[in-house]
Design a protein around this ligand. Structure first.
Ligand SMILES: [Zn+2]
Length: 197
């Protein structure tokens, strides 16, 4: 079952991977880039194609600052509610804008057929820690505690550089970066390479 999805990066090194979904978003993505820079950290941005189209300059600044990017589809479709052809076409449309072998399914949802089609071309990147920063009722302290408790070598942590998540993100990201730093982890971007089968 989805055996080639990546839920955690190689635990061989002392790195953790901060990832940001749903941008690029004016103000929010720029704020995230600044925080990463403050902690000498690199991140991975799973971008929505339609947002890249609207905000190409922000997208370019992600890459020029040596972070990595992944495809997060063009229209943020839910794979469980979308037929295979429509789903794959939407990702191909995003491919015109986002050149990366990394893909993260919106909502973490795709069915086995979609997975099989995509996994020949992409590394499907899932996560080890989902912060829940997009939920309005999330407790910032609980998010910080969860990240502190579950962070391990190779952890892939999900945040969102979206308008919806920003109120919570603003309260948790710096602390999470500080935790990683205090634990002695390198905060690295996921390599933009296709995993071998
Ligand atoms: Zn998303």
């Amino acid at each position: 079952m989805f055996s080639r999805s990546m839920w955690q990066a190689s635990p061989d090194d002392s790195s953790v991977y901060f990832t940001f979904d749903d941008g690029p978003t004016p103000e929010v993505t720029e704020w995230v880039l600044q925080q990463l820079d403050n902690y000498n950290a690199k991140g991975t941005f799973f971008c929505i194609g339609s947002n890249v189209e609207m905000h190409p300059t922000i997208y370019d600044s992600i890459l020029s600052q040596n972070h990595s990017v992944g495809n997060h589809s063009y229209n943020h479709l839910n794979g469980w509610k979308t037929d295979g052809d429509t789903y794959v076409r939407d990702i191909q449309r995003a491919e015109q804008l986002i050149q990366s072998p990394l893909f993260r399914p919106p909502y973490g949802k795709c069915n086995f057929g979609q997975y099989k089609t995509l996994s020949s071309k992409y590394t499907l990147v899932m996560w080890s820690i989902l912060t829940g920063d997009w939920r309005q009722d999330s407790s910032p302290q609980e998010i910080i505690d969860k990240v502190d408790k579950f962070m391990l070598p190779g952890s892939i942590i999900v945040f969102h550089d979206s308008v919806k998540a920003f109120p919570i993100l603003k309260q948790v990201l710096r602390d999470c970066l500080a935790i990683a730093q205090a634990k002695g982890y390198n905060m690295r971007a996921l390599p933009m390479t296709k995993e071998n089968d």
